[in-house]
Write a protein that binds this ligand. Structure first.
Ligand code: UDP
Ligand code: MG
Length: 309
């Protein structure tokens, strides 16, 4: 029988882990596959690791876990899980049951048909989420799809099942700054998207604050596009053009009425501040990319394992 690996990143999820396993294993038991679970303890400060150990004791052949030395972030957790997985198929799931396990058999069937290499999911609505959060995230998808060649599907979750072939392609991308939504799209292959209605967390709270989401969005844009780097060029060209026109106007005015008085102290200050702002912004953008290059150049490991069972 083919083997299905379930990869589950967890950070402070002691309440969700005991609910997750029975819900998912009940569904997988009805599928024609052998299952393997890889829980990733992303440096949790609660008893998540203990819950994983309990499951491992109970189902030693089926349930495995990797525990990090500290919190490395969900992207690192995903990568560790995908590396550990030995299955012919892999599915990535959040532990809070926001990714409905009932979709697993359909996803598997679509892969089995051979028509698709990956089945992803996307939320059609965002009930239970703040309006401003939904608005900002739709703006994010708008911007990133406009300036990046990698297509990022709006509302797509990390919940996806893929074949070993596609998994190997994902694993071959060893970049330090990992933006999974971009990586899954970048590797290509045929992906089908299933829609579903938003489900709220079973237990615990989300760890994603507004500022964390904002940073995540900026990182996503920078990891998959170099368009922000051209901002300086565009502004520079525009402002140089305007300055040239202004110069011609000043010269003509001087010829036509040599005694016209000069004025515009306030506007001068505005122009100087505006230019200063644009220059700092441009340097800042270049700085962000240099910083990312710097981190990549150090070749630090993406995560560090404390225990693995
Ligand atoms: N997660 C993680 N490391 C982190 C933050 C989150 O492994 O630093 C896990 C978390 O335990 C959950 C998944 O990533 O299984 C999604 O997190 P969450 O539910 O907080 O995000 P949301 O569903 O709101 O996008
Ligand atoms: Mg969640």
């Amino acid at each position: 029988m083919p083997k299905l690996s379930v990869v589950v990143p967890c950070y402070n999820e002691e309440e969700s882990i005991p609910l997750f396993y029975p819900a998912v294993s009940k569904i997988i038991a009805q599928m024609p596959v052998d299952a393997e679970y890889w829980f990733i303890d992303d440096g949790s400060r609660d008893h998540s690791l203990m819950e994983m150990e309990k499951l491992h004791q109970k189902y030693p052949d089926e349930v495995h876990y990797v525990s990090f030395s500290r919190n490395f972030g969900k992207e690192a957790g995903l990568y560790a899980g995908l590396q550990a997985a030995t299955g012919d198929y892999v599915v990535v799931m959040d532990v809070d049951l926001q990714d409905p396990p009932a979709m697993l058999p359909t996803m598997y069937k679509d892969l089995q048909s051979g028509e698709y290499d990956c089945v992803g999911t996307r939320r059609t609505d965002r009930t239970g989420e703040a309006k401003i959060k939904s608005f900002l995230s739709s703006q994010f998808y708008h911007v990133i799809n406009h300036i990046s060649e990698t297509e990022i599907i709006p509302g797509a979750r990390d919940y996806r099942m893929m074949t070993r072939q596609m998994l190997n392609a994902v694993l071959s991308m060893t970049e330090y700054n990992r933006f999974s939504k971009g990586i899954f799209s970048w590797v290509g292959f045929r992906t089908k998207y299933l829609d579903y209605h938003n489900v709220e967390r079973v237990a615990g709270t989300t760890d994603w604050s507004m500022s964390k989401l904002f940073r995540y969005a900026l990182d996503g844009i920078m990891d998959f596009s170099d368009a922000p780097l051209s901002i300086a060029t565009w502004f520079g060209t525009l402002i140089a053009g305007l300055a040239f026109i202004a110069l011609i106007v000043v010269v003509i005015r001087h010829i036509v009425s040599p005694n016209a008085s000069a004025f515009g102290w306030a506007s001068l200050i505005c122009i100087i501040l505006f230019m200063g702002g644009i220059q700092l912004l441009s340097i800042g953008i270049v700085g962000k990319y240099v910083g990312k290059t710097y981190m990549q150049a150090k070749h630090r490991p993406i995560y560090i394992i404390k225990t693995k069972k």
